[in-house]
Write a protein that binds this ligand. Structure first.
Ligand code: SF4
Length: 376
């Protein structure tokens, strides 16, 4: 968790104190981008084909892991895919524009998947497991982590995590990035926190490459880190959280009268890397607190720029709510996995359906179809 100062010149939100690997990676890429996304909560409006397709594909993968690699189960997996995909893209008219990240390609890919991996030989122990894992007992600091699956290799007896990732390009940089990624190390850290070190094996990136020319390619990338190597992860992750906390302290000293916000600096080298849409804003407004906040009824509020809404990333609500298994810590601070009760699962489903309902109400006029598809 991140220590947030008592007062800030912007509205405080409970998610500010929750930290996961996505937040840390965003801070590493560009602290100013982190400020926009996770401190102000700005989020581009409308669906994002990459994220929404990835979420739907995760549902299908989970079903294949739980129900096996049969054609009957492909049909069930496809239905689960479709249910999530249609939450974001309710009108099939968008499917052609979204290719290859659309239902037609996903269905073909699922059939290819069970063929390519028919020799998989592991027991599925858990799917969708989320919660807080300690990273510094001295400071009671925790990292929010979610694993797609925990499996046991039937040959070696090792415990692995299988993490589903999708991409549109099977590039060398995409394949190489996983071995050094903090996110993957956070999965390994959770495995070491749950199982004896000698039992912990690799994190397997279960990559799916979707292209118009080849439809689907399955690429699995194993990443193994020894317990000794993981000492660097613990130091790094604490270092980055210290940095984020320091910038929150600097933000607390910022006022709207200041010409420059001396916190969360811009990192120009990241501007073109991920197609960040904040370019114009960063160069025009040296003090974003002045640009993005206003007073109403004695309260400070955020005024998002055109095309953006406010939607805070909440790793606990989004991941733990959806997960079938939760990570809890015992009286000694050791994490344990607890399977959710049927009642808890029912509640999670209801809260998710409520979220979908709101989402559909917001998108009911389909005006997002008219927006240029920057993410497609
Ligand atoms: S435009 Fe560049 S500096 Fe601004 S938030 Fe995006 S990556 Fe950071």
């Amino acid at each position: 968790m991140i220590q947030i100062p008592e007062t800030l010149p912007i509205p405080k939100h409970h998610t500010m104190s929750v930290v996961d690997s996505s937040k840390i990676q965003a801070f590493q890429d560009c602290p100013r981008g982190f400020f926009f996304r996770y401190v102000l909560g700005l989020q581009p409006e409308g669906p994002n084909i990459h994220l929404d397709f990835g979420s739907a594909w995760h549902e299908a993968m989970e079903q294949l892991l739980l129900g096996g690699y049969s054609m009957e189960n492909v049909e069930v997996a496809y239905e689960k895919f479709l249910e999530v995909y249609r939450e974001a893209f309710p009108n099939p008219i968008t499917d052609d524009d979204n290719a290859p990240k659309n239902p037609e390609y996903a269905y073909k890919a699922l059939k290819q998947y069970i063929k390519q991996y028919e020799s998989d030989n592991f027991d599925v122990l858990y799917t969708e497991t989320a919660g807080l894992v300690p990273i510094d007992l001295g400071r009671e600091r925790h990292l929010a982590v979610k694993l797609d699956s925990i499996v046991r290799d039937r040959n070696s007896g090792e415990i692995l995590s299988m993490e589903h990732k999708t991409t549109g390009r099977n590039s060398r940089s995409w394949r190489d990035k996983w071995s050094m990624m903090l996110q993957v190390e956070s999965y390994t850290h959770l495995l070491y926190s749950l199982y004896p070190a000698e039992k912990v094996g690799k994190v397997m990136i279960n990559g799916s490459v979707f292209t118009k020319s080849r439809t689907w390619d399955g690429v699995r990338i194993p990443v193994y880190k020894s317990k000794k190597q993981m000492a660097a992860f613990l130091w790094n992750v604490n270092h980055w959280i210290d940095q984020i906390e320091w910038h929150y302290q600097q933000l607390a000293k910022t006022t709207i009268q200041m010409p420059v916000m001396k916190a969360f600096p811009i990192n120009c080298s990241s501007c073109s890397k991920y197609g960040c849409r904040m370019g114009g804003i960063c160069s025009v407004f040296p003090n974003p607190v002045e640009r993005f906040t206003y007073q109403e009824d004695g309260e400070t509020k955020v005024d998002p720029p055109a095309g953006y809404g406010i939607d805070f990333w909440d790793p606990l609500r989004r991941n733990v709510d959806k997960a079938d298994n939760v990570i809890e810590t015992d009286s000694k601070g050791n994490p344990k996995i607890r399977k959710k009760t049927e009642e808890e699962k029912k509640k999670s489903l209801e809260s998710r359906k409520e979220e979908q309902r709101k989402h559909h109400e917001e998108d009911d006029d389909f005006s997002y179809l008219m927006k240029p598809g920057e993410d497609k």
